[in-house]
Design a binder for this molecule. Structure first.
Ligand code: SGN
Length: 457
């Protein structure tokens, strides 16, 4: 048994002891509320407190400035459903069974949210879920089916599906704030506010188009990577901006009849229709008016080769950063709400993403690979009553760590089965002497979208 494991076991016992002590000496009201905000595919390269060169995120930065920013936070399998299962259970994919997006999450297994609920927390989940089975352990849930839609999305509220007018990031926040506002009694809460954005196909809110139009985003040095010196997996993927990004669905350029005559063109158009058809007639008018100049400009230029790839990169980032802008604004709304409701001091707020994302590095979009850009995640945490502001944590934090961290702050014993470590000592500025120096990563979804080979490290 390594020192590290010994430390953890010892620590678990201490935590359990602290939990009991907590029941005696702390009033239930002082257990922190937990507000767990997460987005989908938000790369560190697009967060300004992580030195983004492409956009500003003042509200996420605010959490970091008033709390802690982790500079080495990683996911252990860079894809959506596995990431969410790991966050809930505090275990790796091979333990919780959610190895890819295809299998259905076994909601009978223990999760931090069930433990918090049993310990007297009021629990809720709003937004993206993607685990196929119905959520368990939540007093209230209102989720997007599957990937969700940017416009006029369907929500499933406690099993009942209905369609809502509006933009998904705003609506998700509205529902979350509505739930917070109707709470009665003095139980602490744990709310999971999980955004769809900035997931593909990156459709901005009306207030954000044209967004960053004509911005010149710096091009990553390895944008024209030839993948030499690496295994075939790097060459054989299907996530290159130049070759695999869809002109219509991803880049919002309607196809010409010639382009539409191919099976690829037909599929691209079909996917786009399923999003575009959700816009109201007024929204379509505004959308078309905003995108027409882009379309005209593109069609007038007949770009090819490297120029076309670079154009796609710029176009991609215009929409990606616009969807991030809505996430950031809505985080601002939530932080303001906590202030006005007097919840600021006693609420642990965390912002992260399920995984990172490629924003042109190696010429790619999407995630999956065990490369810096996709496995690194933004992680900022604020808790005025318990965490000193303005610190940078360089210790390695993993997505298996959040479940034990929440339990630790709630004063509840951390089950042995949890494979992560509570970040609480790190957050308090007193990391254990033998903090991890390495971790395990395993990606399983092959064959599948983007054709990234199975790999581990
Ligand atoms: C969809 C996307 C992919 C994305 C997967 C998984 N294609 O298939 O680009 O990798 O979801 O994403 S799309 O044309 O439908 O947008 S994940 O976030 O759920 O893991």
């Amino acid at each position: 048994m390594s020192d590290h494991v010994m430390n953890r076991r010892h620590f678990v016992k201490l935590s359990a002891g602290a939990a009991l002590a907590g029941v005696r000496c702390r009033s239930a009201r002082r257990r922190p509320n937990i507000l767990f905000i997460m987005s989908d595919d938000h790369a560190c390269q697009a967060v300004s407190c992580y030195n983004s060169r492409i956009n500003r995120t003042p509200n996420i930065d605010r959490i970091a400035a008033e709390g802690v920013r982790f500079s080495n936070s990683f996911c252990t399998n860079a894809i959506c459903a596995p990431g969410r299962a790991t966050l809930l259970t505090g275990t790796y994919s091979h333990m919780n069974g959610q190895i890819d997006n295809k299998v259905t999450f076994d909601g009978n297994q223990p999760t931090f949210i069930k433990i918090l609920q049993a310990a007297g927390y009021e629990t809720a989940l709003v937004g993206k879920w993607h685990l196929k089975s119905d959520p368990t352990g939540f007093d209230y849930w209102n989720i997007l089916p599957d990937q969700g839609h940017y416009y006029t999305p369907d929500f499933i509220e406690m099993g009942v599906k209905s369609r809502r007018k509006g933009y998904v990031t705003d609506l998700t926040t509205d529902i979350a704030l509505g739930w917070l506002d109707q709470r009665k009694g003095d139980k602490p809460f744990c709310l999971l506010l999980h955004h769809k954005a900035p997931h593909r196909n990156w459709m901005p809110a009306p207030r954000h188009y044209p967004f960053n139009r004509n911005a010149r985003f710096p091009v990553p040095e390895n944008f024209f990577d030839d993948y030499s010196g690496r295994s075939a997996a790097a060459r054989e993927q299907e996530m290159e901006i130049a070759r695999h990004m869809l002109l219509c669905n991803d880049l919002k350029i309607p196809l010409t009849p010639a382009e539409l005559s191919t099976p690829e063109g037909q599929s691209d158009e079909r996917i786009w229709r399923s999003s575009y058809e959700r816009l109201t007639p007024e929204q379509r008018q505004a959308w078309d008016a905003a995108y027409q100049p882009i379309i005209d400009d593109f069609r007038s230029r007949s770009l090819k080769g490297r120029e076309l790839a670079l154009w796609k990169y710029q176009r991609y980032l215009e929409d990606y950063t616009a969807t991030v802008a809505a996430v950031d604004e809505n985080i601002g709304r939530v932080l303001d709400y906590l202030d006005t409701a007097g919840l600021r001091q006693d609420t642990l707020v965390i912002y992260t993403s399920d995984n990172g994302f490629f924003l042109g590095e190696h010429g790619w979009f999407d995630k999956r690979f065990m490369y810096e850009e996709s496995l690194r995640t933004p992680l900022v945490i604020r808790y005025p009553r318990g965490i000193a502001p303005g610190r940078l944590c360089e210790e390695m934090a993993l997505n298996i760590d959040l479940a034990p961290t929440f339990l630790d702050y709630a004063g509840v014993a951390i089950p042995e089965e949890i494979q992560g470590e509570s970040l609480r000592p790190v957050l308090s500025g007193q990391p254990p002497t033998h903090w991890r120096q390495s971790f395990y990563y395993h990606y399983y979804e092959y064959p599948g979208a983007h054709m990234v080979k199975r790999h581990y490290g």
